[in-house]
Design a protein around this ligand. Structure first.
Ligand code: AMP
Ligand code: MG
Length: 542
């Protein structure tokens, strides 16, 4: 199989081979290193990272390359699926100028302090200074053991790597802040996983994703330093992150730290509002999976809402408590920010200031979620009398019968605004209902009644209908990475066929556009996928 870029028309002018990029390693240079190099699981002290090389694999082969990310870095698509670039991106070759490391972090997992976690299978190869001067980390996930691997193998299976590769790019094109993914490499080695934690381990194909972001620092990088009272390293890491990624905040000072925390709260709120807008459920919002830059990070057992259900979580490991369910994501983000506030307290020493930062989370989330919801409904705002009730009734109806969130909102813009009987009003939304028989006469007239009130309300804004439709269609994606589409991509790739992944990724580059011939990728989940592993439920096993 050959790798193929996921974009059709690309201009490669000015791009260079990945090996010719401008490597630099400021994280390694400026922050305290683990003085020990031996690569065995252990507790690390007094350091932000440990230098460690990727462990080579059998035969790395490029299966996927994101041209959009390549261009961002200044890198041209490699000419071969098994050449030098595949070796670098599979972890078999470290280039001159790179200083690979695993970062040290801790975290609160499912509400409890878990101590040291760290990059157990992620290894940052290097920073790249891109043509426009922006710095990006190149990080391999699944590249072998590090001192932070605890009892695990440092590897990743193909299915979870495909999911991360596809979703990072899909989220970016949807306009959601996220880490990116440059490449997907199969290792040629198998990895043993007990996918359902039911005592049935299986050998699965292994893979490595190369992730890209200005920084992979998490809340947990600060938490571990505070928890172990390493306050000098805590300050150095904060100063470094501010200088590199928040330069507008100026030189380190108590005020700069407060402003920084406030900005993290703001960005996190924006990110969560965007997740809610597109129906994304992260699945494992532990504090070690929260980016200090407000990016979606660590794609594991994530999922996309099909039926609109605030209680839904894709993560079987979380099935009982449902801590990370769709509707709970804003509360969890705030809970995580409180953990970060505690970790930063030694630097700030001002409870009131931190509480004010946290209030910014609440305010920003309120504002952003109201703005995006208004956009989904094609309204200028939700400030008019009666808007709260209108929205409340809608959410109630969406939950009474299984209603596909993406299809409902996308097709809402097609509901006729003139004289129309109940059937004509509801017609554009029919595709969103998983069970047509559940639309009883009472439900039909309740929905039609709501639609008439909604159309009347939209009319009050005085915005021409075509303009409203256009705005709605830029807020309500037609195409999202439906859980079963990711699984179909994986199933095909496991048979050596990359075409399904490529088609889905190409369509997901323009998720708001009508794309003739691709309508089937916008369909609601087929019945065969309702209870199929990987389509409806995922474990953390990856
Ligand atoms: P996650 O819940 O996937 O974000 O991972 C939590 C912690 O477990 C992190 O420290 C990961 O690096 C580590 N981890 C997960 N899978 C593996 C693996 N296969 N090998 C080593 N460490 C892992
Ligand atoms: Mg993680």
């Amino acid at each position: 199989m050959n790798w193929t870029s996921v974009e059709e028309e690309v201009n490669h002018a000015g791009l260079v081979d990945l090996r010719e990029l401008n490597f630099d390693n400021s994280f390694v240079r400026e922050l305290p290193a683990d003085p020990l190099l031996h690569n065995v699981p252990r507790q690390v002290r007094g350091a932000c990272y440990t230098l460690v090389d990727p462990t080579p694999t059998g035969s790395p082969q490029l299966l996927g390359w994101s041209d959009a990310v390549g261009r961002m870095l200044g890198a041209s698509p490699p000419g071969s699926s098994t050449g030098a670039v595949a070796e670098v991106l599979g972890g078999n070759r470290v280039l001159p100028g790179m200083q690979p490391y695993a970062a040290r972090y801790g975290g609160h997992q499912f509400g409890h302090w878990a101590g040291q976690l760290g990059d157990g299978r992620a290894i940052t190869l290097s920073e790249i200074v891109s043509p426009d001067g922006t710095r990006y980390d190149l990080q391999l996930k699944g590249a072998g053991r590090t001192p932070y691997s605890r009892t695990a193998d440092g590897r990743a299976v193909l299915r979870s790597s495909v999911r991360e590769f596809m979703c990072s790019e899909a989220m970016h094109h949807l306009g959601v802040p996220t880490t990116r993914a440059l490449s997907l490499v199969s290792t040629g080695e198998s990895v043993v996983r007990d996918m359902f934690y039911d005592g049935n381990p299986q050998a699965e194909p292994g893979a490595v994703v190369c992730r890209v972001a200005p920084s992979f620092v998490r809340f947990g990088n600060f938490e571990i330093l505070a928890a172990s009272q390493e306050l000098d390293a805590l300050k150095r890491l904060a100063d470094y992150v501010i200088a590199m990624h928040f330069p507008e905040l100026g030189a380190p000072s108590a005020a700069a730290y407060v402003n920084w925390f406030e900005e993290i709260c703001r960005r996190t709120a924006v990110m969560i509002a965007e997740w809610m807008r597109v129906g994304f459920v992260h699945g494992v919002m532990n504090t070690d999976n929260m980016s200090i830059l407000g990016l979606t990070i660590d794609y594991g057992p994530y999922g996309w809402l099909e039926g609109f259900d605030p209680q839904w979580t894709p993560n079987t490991t979380d099935a009982e408590g449902r801590r990370y369910r769709y509707g709970n994501q804003p509360q969890i983000a705030q809970w995580n920010l409180v953990r970060l506030a505690n970790a930063l307290f030694p630097l700030i020493d001002d409870k009131a200031a931190l509480e004010q930062g946290l209030a910014v989370f609440g305010e920003t989330y309120e504002r952003e979620s109201s703005r995006t919801l208004a956009g989904k409904l094609g309204l200028l705002s939700l400030d008019r009398a009666g808007d709260g009730e209108l929205v409340g009734e809608l959410f109630e109806m969406l939950q009474q019968v299984e209603t596909d969130m993406t299809l409902f909102f996308r097709n809402l813009s097609d509901v006729p605004v003139g004289e129309a009987d109940d059937d004509a009003l509801i017609q554009p939304l029919r595709k969103a209902f998983y069970d047509a028989a559940a639309i009883t006469p009472e439900r039909r007239s309740a929905l039609a009644g709501w639609l008439r009130r909604y159309i009347a309300r939209a009319g009050q804004d005085g915005v021409p209908v075509p303009e409203r439709r256009e705005r709605m269609n830029r807020t309500n994606p037609k195409y999202v990475l439906r859980n079963y589409l990711a699984q179909q991509s994986i199933d095909a790739l496991e048979q050596g066929d990359a075409s399904v992944m490529e088609r889905v990724m190409a369509v997901l580059q323009r998720p708001y556009d009508e794309q003739p011939g691709q309508d089937e990728l916008a369909n609601r989940r087929p019945e065969w996928a309702r209870n199929k592993a990987g389509c409806s439920a995922l474990s953390c096993s990856s």
